[in-house]
Design a protein around this ligand. Structure first.
Ligand code: COA
Length: 395
């Protein structure tokens, strides 16, 4: 695959993120203003300094969704959408625009207000609630199939598998409990997770990410200009976006223990960033834990664990905050919910805080390289985004 990448050519010099949760008192406009104001303030700039904007949000038809609330004065605003990886797609396009030389300073911003839209994981994939006469499968049902497939392939006793999934949820809630911007800020016991009411297949409520509102934003400039804005820029090492052929649902052979799209985007990103051993070289990762078995499969698809060994790594504490490779230090989708356009940028926000030493009780010791992974769609029919960011510029 030909992907030249833009390693170390652009940097993030400011970020903002609203608290995620049920914002009955705020609309999309208020959240966009809040995250963009925080991002501009952290970069020490005003709207006059921004040349162009990329907005990630679902179902809106134009850039006016952003230009109106921010009162943007006759500048380009591009609306992008790519399933649940929409926020990451906004950042990717914004970064490429700066790398091309077209603009000096741009903003990538994502937003979603899901709570009062009626959206729920238990609504079928065709967005509206039906009368039950039309068969649909829900997001939890689609992802629930990963768990038994994984157990069968690797001979894992389902009870042990249950413990592994509960450990993943437990870890993410424990991290979220240390995060003042998370939707759920409480630790949840293993017992409560394991016995939570079933939603689909073997997945209980506590295996699912929540539903929330939120917005996050990033200011992107050329790497050589980064120190004009901040003493601690975050350099973009790799951005990879892969769309699969969507053949999974049509095939009896589809293997629910891997997302080929993730494998492909990870390989591409590692090549761009010069990473040869992700388990040793990546200091921390934010991954798309829409459901607990998704996170289990991602460990292996991203090369953090050998095939069939991710479950053992979970039990060994490899991905805990104090483990070898902390995954979802901010609490992940499990603690933040998943306001679609915002999630990819929320993941970058945690990288930003960690590199700056501003992650409070969640702080990881001297991180060098961080990875974010954003998935859109369902097993067998999805898009995948992987980014690698770092605290130092190597060229
Ligand atoms: N994890 C942890 N706690 C959750 C939760 C979750 N996923 N969902 C809800 N809760 C908590 C709420 O905070 C609330 O707690 P409280 O009573 O202490 O305030 C309680 O459970 C009930 O909340 P409610 O909003 O009524 O839950 P719900 O039954 O409407 O929603 C789910 C539960 C699982 C259906 C919902 O979280 C969901 O749809 N998740 C999946 C989202 C999804 O599919 N996203 C797409 C990813 S690809």
């Amino acid at each position: 695959m030909a992907s030249n990448g833009i390693c170390d050519r652009v940097a993030i010099v400011g970020m903002g993120c609203t608290a995620f949760g049920e914002h009955w008192d705020k609309g999309v406009n208020e959240m966009l203003v809040e995250s963009s104001n925080e991002a501009m303030a952290s970069a020490g700039i005003t709207a006059d300094d921004i040349d162009a904007y990329w907005l990630g949000t679902m179902g809106n038809l134009s850039g006016l969704t952003l230009s109106e609330p921010l009162k943007i004065q006759y500048k380009p605003v591009t609306h992008v959408e790519n399933f649940c990886a929409t926020g990451s797609e906004a950042l990717r396009n914004a970064a490429y625009a700066v790398a091309s030389g077209a603009y000096d300073c741009v903003m990538a911003i994502g937003v979603e207000k899901l709570k009062d839209s009626g959206y729920s994981g238990l609504v079928g994939s065709g967005a509206t609630v039906t009368d039950g006469a039309v068969p649909t499968t829900t997001a939890p049902a689609k992802f629930s199939m990963l768990a038994p497939a994984y157990y069968k392939k690797y001979g894992l006793d389902p009870e042990k598998g249950r413990e592994v999934l509960s450990r993943i949820a437990h870890k993410n809630h424990a991290n979220g409990a240390k995060n003042p911007k998370a939707q759920f800020q409480k630790e949840v016991s293993m017992e409560r997770i394991t016995n939570s009411p079933k939603v689909a297949g073997q997945l209980g409520i506590m295996d699912c990410s929540g539903v929330s509102d939120g917005s996050a934003a990033a200011i992107v400039v050329r790497a050589e200009d980064a120190h004009k804005y901040t003493d601690k820029p975050m350099y973009i090492k790799a951005l990879s976006f892969i769309a699969g052929p969507a053949e999974g649902p049509l095939s009896q052979e589809y293997d629910f223990t891997t997302f080929p799209e993730v494998v492909s985007s990870a390989e591409d990103a590692y090549k761009q960033a010069g990473v040869t051993n992700p388990r040793d070289q990546i200091s921390m990762a934010e991954v798309h834990d829409c459901f607990t078995p998704t996170e289990l499969v991602l460990y292996e698809d991203l090369g953090f664990s050998a095939r069939g060994e991710g479950w053992q790594d979970v039990l060994d504490g490899t991905f805990e905050l104090d483990g070898k490779l902390p995954v979802n230090p901010d609490g992940g989708l499990k603690s933040f919910g998943h306001p679609i356009g915002a999630s990819g940028l929320r993941m970058q926000y945690e990288m930003w805080l960690q590199f700056r030493g501003e992650a409070g009780d969640r702080q990881i010791d001297s991180p060098k390289l961080g990875l974010t992974h954003n998935l859109g769609g369902q097993p067998g029919r999805c898009v995948s985004f992987v980014s690698i960011v770092g605290s130092e510029r190597s060229n």
